[in-house]
Write a protein that binds this ligand. Sequence first.
Ligand SMILES: [Zn+2]
Length: 370
Amino acid sequence: MFPDHDVFDGPNFDQTIFTSSKTCVIFHNDYLLHDTGSHPENSNRLIVMKDAIEKHEVGKSIDWLQPDLCEEADILRCHSEAQLEAIKFAAHKASESGGRLAYLDPDTPVSSGTWQAALRAVGGACHAVDQVLAGTYQTVWGLFRPPGHHATPDRSMGFCIFNNVACAAEYARVKHGLKRIMIVDIDLHHGNGTQDIFYSDAGVLYSSIHQCYHYPGTGFIDETGSGDGKGYTVNFPVLAGAGDGEFAIYGREVVAQIAWQFKPELLIISIGFDAHMKDPLGSLDVSTEYYGKMVTLFRAIATELGIGVFYALEGGYSLEALSESIVECMTASVATHFDPGGLPMPYRPPISSQDMLEDLRTTFKGIWNI
Ligand SMILES: [Zn+2]
């Protein structure tokens, strides 16, 4: 069932040459219709990111694409009909009440425009898959709202309505016949929804680095999948204060190694900028520069595997961190020359991550050669 480890010799980053630097951003003004007022997950997040890209030199190298709305079927592959109806009803209620927000839980508001925005977000995720698999772009960014990685098969929660990346993965299987998809989640929070949706599924490998003991309280190392999916959920929880060093270890020692062995046909990154050192909701310490280095790493992995990468926006609540980081990431996405020095290096591994790595090696012994 698992790849043959005897032939594994790891990705050769020193010889990686970027074959394509074509990058697009999928965006639609409907994403601003999810009007959450002064909630930290508000439309200003997207407005500042779009502005930052357009005002920077890098903006000249980026194509902007507008997606269609998704079909309800694209959502129903991952979510229950009752959940879909609940969102539709809550948006209707918000609209009937003169624009007052309806709440799915204390964290998750629904406005009159949420239904339209959520359909457009899943539509954007499906469009991203089409673009990557057509080979038009090696790198596709989805600047979506509402975010998605906390949305479970039957519950919208944690600022998330529908699980955009999960719907994209299912769409890639149904519409494009993909067999192996890898979702890497570098948001500060654990993507409990994505994990739940694919927990017993060996076709979608889900791996996440996140701040331990933080919302939503899941994502421990021993959550490794069930049934056929045993071994295909890989969590790397880190303690408050962890930053570039821990993300380097995770990227180089965990993601790159497993990707090389699993050989996904599509790499999806749930990207949250709430792991940034300036983020007001989290306590991780990732630098702006480092977000760019992670993009370089993902491009190197994708190039080695001959596949494309789709980044879907999840969290990130410092407007300053969002604008700086998206420009850094776009710059790394369009770079035409591969610079091994631009990769995250596992220099001086922090003690806590060394222990974590050993735990992970023990947990996945005989499954993944980490
Ligand atoms: Zn988050």
